[in-house]
Design a protein around this ligand. Structure first.
Ligand SMILES: [Zn+2]
Length: 201
């Protein structure tokens, strides 16, 4: 799934807590946004393994949610929302495409790494690849409650995420050709540092 889809899902997850605790709404919504994005910071360093924890994030998030329920402070609610959004991201990646340059070809058997069982989870391809039409549809559906409830800068942020999602979905397949062309022109020493998926084509 697109990073923007994960960001919107993170914010949508935060919505009930923001509604229940309006004084914490900005903190909670931003924690959901950042938590939804966070796992993909490993894009160039062990993607979907280094910062993706489909088993451990949900466990830690459950503990953090219990703590937040007992002591609803900005820090506890923010941390719990962040962890929950990161957990949902990590689990949802198993329902997306594989780790390959052109995931629509469905050749890869790795979606996200399960540190607990020490093995890769195979892609279930409910969303075939990031930027697929069904990915954009998911982003739009998740954005609806946010668009209805939020206002001001947060509303503008959601609109921006939807617009970026649509733009990315539009050019997704063409981006691969551009990325391969750019990588082929990099010095060999830099090329060697990039993940193996960039060396094909
Ligand atoms: Zn991810």
């Amino acid at each position: 799934m697109m990073a923007t889809t994960h960001a919107l899902i993170g914010m949508a997850i935060a919505l009930p807590a923001a509604y229940a605790l309006p004084e914490l709404a900005p903190v909670v919504l931003l924690a959901g946004l950042v938590g939804g994005l966070f796992p993909d910071l490993d894009l160039y360093a062990g993607h979907r393994r280094t910062l993706h924890y489909p088993v451990y994030f949900p466990v830690v998030a459950a503990i953090a949610l219990a703590v937040a329920a007992l002591a609803p402070e900005p820090v506890t609610v923010g941390v719990a929302t962040f962890l929950l959004a990161a957990a949902v991201h990590s689990v949802m990646d198993a329902f997306g495409g594989g780790l390959e340059m052109r995931p629509w070809l469905e050749t890869a058997d790795r979606a996200v790494y399960d540190h607990y069982r020490r093995r890769w989870i195979a892609p279930k391809r409910g969303v075939r690849y990031d930027g697929a039409p069904e990915d954009l549809l998911l982003a739009c559906v998740v954005a609806v409650p946010l668009l209805l409830v939020l206002e001001g800068a947060l509303l503008e942020l959601v609109v921006a995420l939807v617009v970026v999602s649509a733009g990315y979905a539009l050019v997704r397949k063409r981006l691969v050709g551009i990325a391969v062309w750019m990588v082929s022109r990099l010095p060999a020493t830099i090329r060697a540092q990039l993940p193996s998926r960039y060396h094909e084509g």
